[in-house]
Design a protein around this ligand. Structure first.
Ligand code: ADP
Ligand code: MG
Length: 334
């Protein structure tokens, strides 16, 4: 189990990680979600003792990483930066790691086969594609058969086949009872991978909950109604005990409303409708809404305005969320 207690990291003026406290549960895939610059990689480096916390602490099974003897047997990690010497072969790289943690040589061939690199095991790493490099990184992470595995943005830049492979691997590892901690800046990726979700923005904890709960909270549906006679519509709805919320452009929205019932109710009272449409907030939008305050904008002024328009934090009204156009932001590039 990984536990963070008020973990904090400051780089000069930048507060990269700000009093983060959470636990990564065992036996499930925990998604570590946040926009670029949120502090995910910094947090993961501190978990591995590669970066020193400014304050707070993080433990693995109650101990700091540096206190673990043969740490690869406790926790295996794939970080963003490639740590493979380009002149080394895949097999030599793993052999070298294995020796430093007293892991038997047979395990090297086992993990090479597990990640599908057996046929290129004796090729130098410099000739590796991104996908092969990721597989080698994952082989390193699995070398010590650890109870905890941690992957930093593992699907970045991979083709669909590679992405699917990593997703299935993570699910299998969790199915074996391991702790799987994986970061991403993409809600869509987490939605199909993670059982548990930890969301951060600007180094701060924004959510820590089961994925199913996040989906339940954030994928509300609504029915949008638009009429040239709003007073009559409101009267009719009130008569049916329905309280709509104001929607964009003078429309009204009934959260969790039934499209057919609302259409029939309006018709029964002769209220003309110019729009009767289902609305669905996507998880991506919920995530953008939640982190709107904390997104770093390097790309351009337009996007900065966009974020300001989005109205900020978690808990803003439904109508704001539905009014936002999906994929209007350029945060997906790295
Ligand atoms: P993420 O992985 O979520 O994209 P990072 O942990 O890489 O975020 O970065 C968090 C913040 O800390 C960013 O503002 C980044 O610029 C800053 N940062 C990260 N590493 C360093 C470093 N070594 N020196 C100075 N600033 C850093
Ligand atoms: Mg990162």
């Amino acid at each position: 189990m990984i536990e963070l207690h008020d973990l904090t990291k400051r780089y000069g003026k930048t507060l990269a990680v700000d009093r983060l406290s959470f636990r990564v549960p065992q036996g499930v895939v925990t998604g570590f979600l946040g926009p670029n610059g949120a502090g995910k990689s910094t947090t993961m480096r501190m978990i591995l003792d590669l970066d020193r916390p400014t304050a707070g602490r993080v433990t693995i099974d109650g101990r700091r990483y540096g206190q673990l003897s043969e740490p690869l047997k406790y926790i295996g990690a794939l970080l963003e930066a490639k740590a493979v010497h380009p002149g080394r072969t895949a097999r030599d790289h793993l052999l070298w790691l294995a020796q430093s943690n007293r892991i038997p040589t047979a395990r090297v061939d086992e993990v090479l086969s597990l990640v599908g690199l057996t046929s290129v095991a004796r090729k130098r790493a410099r000739g590796f594609s991104l996908g092969m490099g990721q597989r080698l990184g994952i082989a390193s992470a699995l070398l010590g058969d650890p109870e905890i595995v941690m992957f930093d943005e593992p699907v970045n830049g991979l083709d669909p086949e590679g992405i699917l492979w990593i997703r299935n691997l993570m699910k299998r590892l969790a199915g074996e009872g391991r702790t799987v901690f994986v970061s991403s800046h993409l809600m869509s990726e987490m939605a199909v991978t993670a059982d548990h979700l930890v969301v951060i923005g600007k180094g701060r904890l924004l959510a820590d909950m089961p994925m199913a709960e996040f989906i339940r909270h954030n994928s509300r549906s609504a029915v949008r109604l638009r009429t040239p006679h709003p007073e009559r519509l409101l009267d009719v709805l009130a008569g049916g005990g329905i309280r709509p919320e104001p929607g964009p452009g003078g429309s009204y929205e009934v959260v969790d409303g039934d499209l057919a019932e609302l259409g029939e109710l309006a018709a029964a009272h002769g209220v003309v409708l110019h729009e009767l449409s289902p609305q669905q907030a996507s998880l991506e939008e919920a995530f953008m809404q939640m982190t709107a305050d904390s997104v770093e904008y390097h790309a351009g002024a337009n996007e900065g305005r966009d974020a300001a328009d989005a109205g900020g934090a978690w808990g803003t009204g439904w109508q704001d969320r539905t009014a936002r156009q999906p994929a209007a932001r350029g945060t997906e590039e790295n």
